[in-house]
Design a protein around this ligand. Sequence first.
Ligand code: SRM
Ligand code: SF4
Length: 567
Amino acid sequence: MADKQADVSAVEQIKQASRGLRGSLAPELAAGTSHFEDEAAQLLKFHGVYQQDDRDARRQRSDAGLEPDYAFMVRCKIPGGVLTARQYLVLDELAGRYGNGTLRVTTRQDNQFHGVVKGDLKATIRELNDALVTTLGACGDVQRNVMCCPAPLPGGLRDQVFQMARRISEHLLPRTRAYHEIWLNGEPVASGAPTPEPDPIYGERYLPRKFKTAIAFPDDNCTDVYSNDLGFLAIPDGDRIAGFNVLVGGGLGMTHGKKVTYPRLADPLGFAAPEDVIQVAEAVLTVQRDYGDRRDRRHARLKYLLDDRGLDWFRAQVEQRLGRALPAPAPVGVSDVHDHLGWQDQGEGRSFYGLFVENGRILDTEDVRLRTAVRRIVRLFGAGVHFTPQQNVLLTGIPDGRRSALETVLAHHGVRSMGAISTVRRWSMACPALPTCGLALAESERVLPGVIDELEGELERLGLADLRLTVRMTGCPNGCARPYTADLAFVGRSADKYTIFVGGSVLGTRLATAYADLVPRRQLVARVRPLLERYRAERLPDEGLGDFCCRVGIDELRDNAVTEAAP
Ligand code: SRM
Ligand code: SF4
């Protein structure tokens, strides 16, 4: 590898010394402790597991001299979000047996279990693997879940793209046998012995940072393709895919107050024929492997390499690895986005139902027994389950004649029908944040529903209830619910305070800008009200909120709002 930096970050050293992601995971797992030491916890991520503790209980436990209440998040890696009925039922069962009774659909089409105790980790992962669901590489410095449109629409294009997503994912899966040994009772490798299988793509140090890939269609950017390190924009030609525009350098994470960190949208690099996609993906990933920054993890994503060296340099590196020039990208952009909710025809007498899941959390409450309803539907109809990038669920393969039977099951369990969900709620997303996420500065998933209640009232009052706008909330600036491509976003700043971002687009093709800072949660909607009022008065026909904010200018909107707020 070309990288010869000596002063690498601590995580680099842990990876390199880990003998293919083994480290001390096996002995620590066998020990009767509640948690892993720091180095092992870093390696655990590559196996799809995050060590967390209940942040609600932190202070009380510390005051009482108790150790944190450790529990683990286990993330499944599900290319395109596609599960069979049987696989979903296994996930549901495990959520009850080992997790906190919820399934959490993620913004990258995965499922997360929260609240798994250390003693149950092995059983959880083994049972997932028995159902052919892996957690390997769901987290860590490797290719993360490969996203694609989960809607099984007729015509075959979606299926071609899904097969492509699976192939990319399979090709870029770490080859280490450590996963098998530790979780699935494979033969252990004696401590101190050399790694038996140097990974052909990742080597000993894996990537400098996480790496994300998504595929989208020009008329449906439901995967938010421009926010990925590597994107493929499919170019359909009748009932086949002619090829893909290759996009590189997207990423959203940033740190408040650190200007050297920033969200960035991907740039077009070139064009790839379908048969070349795997090779192109490997070439892009290995350029990042060899030249990405291994000293500073805040500067290690592909987007920074691109900005430091330039797109032409990057293209030359990729072409060198391919041994040929990349054709220019097709002159195509993104024109629409779909959430795939409600009923849609699947072809051959089947339909799928897009079920809204608020912030991706599938659970039963006293009033709404969503988890039970989904389980019953999957059992009754043998429905496939596809997770969407908007944290929702598609129930697939329903015989056309059973549509109303499915709706009856939902209604019986108190699940709202599509007509009862406002447009603004339908397009909203929040990350988990407190109490599980160790990086959260403020609440997100637990408070967004209340903020949406308030926004609904405002939008109704202004006659904007049908406005399609994306509202996203995160508990910190890392961007897990993709706030920086939304029309309107609330990004956690400190306990109960947020930065408001505006001016992204529903299409995911433009970044939002900070509009107001350190806004207390209770004032979020009040601070947005002048914007909405001005939008209603001055918008152009068919202009979205983000488009309007961008056209008028954030400074102008901000100054105007301050003047209005003054007595
Ligand atoms: Fe994320 C870290 C949750 C999608 C950017 N993310 C985390 C961790 C693991 C916290 C941690 O490191 O200790 C969060 C676990 C919280 C919990 O309790 O479950 C977490 N991220 C999530 C999920 C579950 C949010 C959700 O609402 O669904 C998403 C899981 C996706 C998956 O299945 O793989 C999730 N994270 C994203 C996205 C959106 C995307 O990929 O489309 C982003 C922005 C895009 C990007 O990567 O640039 C994102 N997560 C981050 C970052 C900032 C990365 C950066 O470059 O700075 C971190 C922190 C880090 O990596 O150091 C992070
Ligand atoms: Fe945690 Fe921040 Fe990601 Fe939310 S955005 S899940 S608070 S890392």
